[in-house]
Design a protein. Structure first.
Lengths: 334, 328
């Protein structure tokens, strides 16, 4: 296990959703939710994924977890291509890859107690012969997990409705940890929480990472949260990654015009700073991802657009500063 | 501030009677709103922000809710004592509201024109044609492209940000003195949020409207508001000018809230500050400081009595025993 080992390698991942077929089985069209993205996550690292609603963040995570069958591309987890493995191998790969969801109300079964929810993954993997644990061991593990995420073990027999939003999210995290995964896919885990609870949960994520050496793919739409939790940040727009950079560098030196606009639009909780800030206000809304465009996807809203952007789509390329940017301002097309 | 006070909320109490007991959703809230001022009300879910503002225009569903006490003085007349007819003259006309989710607050079966014209005809006594012209003018001000065409469309034909623009145009169409905006941008994306906030700032300045902005986002208040009320468990725990509150928060809850948000413009330290514990259940709250179980500076007296409000210069007020003792 070397420090720089690549744990997750996503190559040219595409996820297109069909809009249905008409009577004579002609495709009506597609939603190009994720349209060819590539990135790598190293062991122990946190990659943050930001973007506005509809840009394909959640679809990316679900396609990686193989909850959707991706249209094209490759997803390597520890060197194994998840899209080509058998169902049994995929199941054992999933042991290494667990998800935490956004809505702590919808993602817990209301008819199961907290203890049952947390032990369920272990039961399932035991039934399939992928785990060897006695009932006592399992119960001990549930107790330990609950205490670890900050819940009393005496709450084991309570149902989800008896917990607050923050506590439910802790149950969700304990469930994800149950199988000792290496990679956690976190889909907006703090977006539904209040400010004071959000910071508790963010701290918990950081502590767990340190303790268990976890690797996170972390989605949020709040840029400040992303900057805090991540080592590197990928910015998505309309199903494509437009910039990847180190999180410390992102705010100081955003390169893609969209990243710049996104950062300048995010409010900062300090009236003195706010009074001095120059905002880049983007015009218009995010277009619908229902067609593939020839040029840059951001063209319609970009305030630095050039003629060339309409004709060709810029590739994500490494620049001198170490950022990967998909913009013709920094590299000319071949 | 030398501007005239247009709205005074005094010791407002709104209780909900439910099976488990009495929910004191708003329990003794007071504040003043000056002409042209933007007042922010911040707090977490369940702190009573929205109920406060529904109470101001007497829209609390009764039962289970009941305004149990206090006054809401609009130009020195108590709204809570007005007849239904009198209130109707004010609501939507002198005081209008914008809600969080524009899809649920616009009628999906009616064209935007029908909904906008109705308000204008009702409150301004214009005929339908003049009202439509006025509506188009407002949509234009709100930055809707081709308003002459868009006005005859249905709400679902607008995007989220556009719908919120329609709501703002509608809210401001009768030149209200007060605009109450309940989480107007919480459902929107960051770039759209920036557009809408900018629009609200511009328009209300142009029209001289005072705004009560309810939000849970400290970033939004920092950029928009002149004064702030911080609410916790149905009470205002701290009130003052925005710069003062952010510069030197006094109440431990305000301090915790400000420090627990990660900031984009700073390198954040390894751990975020966090307030321990959970917000209290507001059913049958005892008469003590509701924040004491989570407070780092809690003292014996905090468990026994609700702190008195300590006023200081610049309209600053804090409800915390830490400062009450200093006075003694």
């Amino acid at each position: 296990m070397s420090e720089n080992e690549v744990l997750l390698d996503v190559r040219n991942l595409k996820m297109h959703f069909s809009l249905g077929r008409s009577l004579f089985s002609k495709e009506k069209g597609y939603i190009y939710a994720v349209d060819g993205i590539s990135f790598q996550i190293k062991r122990g690292e946190t990659l943050g994924l930001v973007g506005e609603s509809g840009c394909g963040k959640s679809t990316t995570v679900r396609a990686i977890a193989q909850l959707y069958k991706p249209t094209a591309g490759e997803v390597f987890l520890k060197g194994k291509d998840l899209m080509k493995t058998s169902a049994h191998d995929l199941l054992s790969a999933r042991k290494n890859m667990q998800m935490v969801f956004q809505d702590p109300y919808a993602s817990l079964n209301p008819r199961m107690t907290a203890g049952e929810i947390i032990s369920e993954p272990m039961k399932i993997f035991q039934q399939r012969g992928l785990l060897d644990m006695s009932t006592e061991e399992r119960n001990d593990r549930v107790d330990n997990l609950m205490e670890r995420v900050g819940l009393s073990r005496f709450f084991k027999n309570r149902y989800p409705h008896e917990f607050s939003g923050g506590q439910r999210q802790r149950i969700g995290i304990a469930r994800a940890l149950a199988l000792k995964p290496e990679l956690m896919l976190c889909d907006e885990p703090v977006s539904a929480l209040d400010v004071s609870i959000q910071s508790q949960i963010l701290n918990l994520f950081k502590d767990l990472q340190k303790e268990f050496g976890l690797t996170y793919l972390f989605i949020a739409h709040d840029l400040a949260v992303i900057q805090y939790i991540s080592d590197r940040v990928a910015v998505m727009y309309l199903g494509l990654i437009v910039e990847i950079s180190g999180s410390k560098d992102l705010y100081k030196n955003p390169m893609h015009p969209y990243t710049q606009a996104l950062l300048s639009a995010a409010p900062i909780p300090d009236p003195k700073v706010e009074a001095k800030r120059q905002r880049i206000i983007l015009t218009g809304d995010v277009p619908s991802p229902d067609k593939q465009r020839p040029g840059c996807y951001f063209y319609d809203r970009c305030w630095k657009r050039m003629d060339i952007c309409k004709k060709y789509r810029p590739e994500l390329k490494e620049t001198e500063s170490g950022h990967q940017v998909a913009c013709f301002l920094y590299h000319k097309p071949e | 501030m030398t501007e005239e006070v247009i709205l005074q909320v005094k010791d407002l109490k709104t209780y909900f009677h439910v099976d488990e007991g009495i929910v004191k959703a708003v329990d003794g809230v007071s504040f003043d709103l000056h002409k042209g001022e933007t007042l922010g009300i911040v707090g977490e879910s369940g702190s009573g922000k929205s109920v406060t503002n529904l109470s101001i225009i007497n829209l609390i569903p009764n039962p289970p809710g009941k305004i149990a006490g206090g006054q809401v003085l609009f130009h020195e007349k108590d709204i809570l004592k007005m007849s239904a007819n009198e209130i109707r003259q004010i609501r939507g006309n002198k005081i209008s509201m914008i809600f969080q989710d524009p899809m649920t607050s616009l009628n999906p079966f009616l064209k935007v024109s029908t909904q906008m014209i109705e308000t204008i005809v009702l409150h301004q006594g214009l005929d339908k044609k003049a009202a439509k012209a006025k509506a188009i003018e407002m949509l234009k001000l709100a930055g809707i492209p081709a308003p002459e065409k868009r006005i005859d469309q249905y709400p679902h034909q607008f995007s989220g940000g556009m719908r919120q623009r329609v709501m703002i145009a509608m809210g401001l169409s009768c030149n209200p003195e007060i605009l109450i905006a309940d989480e107007p941008t919480s459902a929107l994306d960051v770039t759209i949020q920036a557009q809408i906030l900018e629009l609200m700032k511009d328009l209300t300045k142009k029209l001289g409207t005072a705004v009560i902005l309810i939000t849970h986002s400290l970033g939004v208040v920092a950029g928009m508001c002149n004064t702030i009320c911080v609410m916790y468990a149905g009470r205002v725990v701290e009130r003052g000018q925005t710069e003062d509150i952010f510069g030197e928060p006094k109440h431990p809850y305000t301090q915790g809230l400000i420090h627990s948000v990660p900031r984009l413009d700073r390198e954040n330290s390894e751990r975020l500050f966090s307030i321990q514990g959970q917000p209290p259940n507001v059913i049958d709250l005892p008469d003590c400081c509701p924040f004491y179980p989570r407070c780092e500076k809690a003292m014996d007296i905090c468990k026994k009595k609700y702190p008195t409000v300590v006023h200081s210069e610049n309209g600053r007020a804090v409800s915390c025993w830490l400062y009450a003792e200093e006075k003694k």
